[in-house]
Design a protein around this ligand. Structure first.
Ligand code: E4P
Length: 216
């Protein structure tokens, strides 16, 4: 399973990239706004670190023709940008037009299997089911991921499933068990993948015991 970071924070991206396990980045307007930096400068920097790995940015236009123009502007920043398009009637037409123009898309804000099927048929390279937001309203987000993975497998649909809105390691592990292509995690959830209290206790104990070893 590929690992994307769901952030626009340069330090967080660099930290995970240094581990050699970063396959891409996803952003959205909320994530970008947290950084309080000019949009273009920030996206340029992220693309530079990640290139040629994908960096996802959100399309804002609400008109399918304008989406193509907006995407072409973004692509002047870097050719590893992927266009996130919000699910819906307009979004599906946008994905079709962008795909026809040779532009890579990620259909975002996906909350049902029917939405994922349509996104794939419209030409989306990625679909992003938001599992945490489903859990928040007492639906089991990961059940949706299971359905989408099965459906795409049944019909040999090439669209990759990005498990988004991940909140904790169980989402991540379940995503891998289900065969999802990608998990995108905010840095806070990513940290929880490698931290374990028994590891910390073990390290401390080894350090203490090392001191007890005669050095000569
Ligand atoms: C994915 O591409 C989205 O940016 C993200 O996962 C949304 O997560 P949230 O529900 O934590 O805002």
């Amino acid at each position: 399973m590929k690992i994307f970071l769901d952030t626009a924070n340069i330090d967080a991206i660099k930290e995970v990239d240094a581990m050699g396990i970063l396959d891409g980045v996803t952003t959205n307007p909320t994530i970008i706004s947290r950084e309080k930096r000019p949009f273009r400068e920030l996206v340029e920097k992220i693309c530079e670190i990640l290139h040629p790995r994908p960096v996802n940015v959100e399309i804002i236009s609400e008109n399918p023709k304008e989406m193509v123009a907006e995407a072409k502007e973004y692509l002047k920043i870097s050719d590893n940008l992927v266009m996130k398009v919000a699910m819906g009637k307009i979004g599906l037409e946008g994905v079709k037009r962008l795909t026809d123009a040779g532009i890579t898309t990620n259909m975002t804000l996906v909350f049902s299997a029917s939405q994922a099927i349509l996104a794939s048929k419209a030409g989306a390279r990625y679909v992003s089911p938001f599992v945490g937001r489903l859990d928040d309203i007492s639906s089991v987000g990961m059940e949706l991921v299971g359905q989408i993975v099965d459906i795409f497998y049944n019909y040999d649909m090439k669209t990759e499933v990005i498990v988004a809105s991940i909140r904790h390691p169980l989402h991540f592990v379940e995503a891998a068990l289900m065969g999802a292509d990608i998990a995108t995690l905010p840095p806070t959830a990513f940290e929880k993948l490698y931290k374990h209290p028994l590891t910390e206790i073990g390290i401390e104990r080894f350090k203490e015991d090392y001191k007890k070893i005669p050095k000569s």
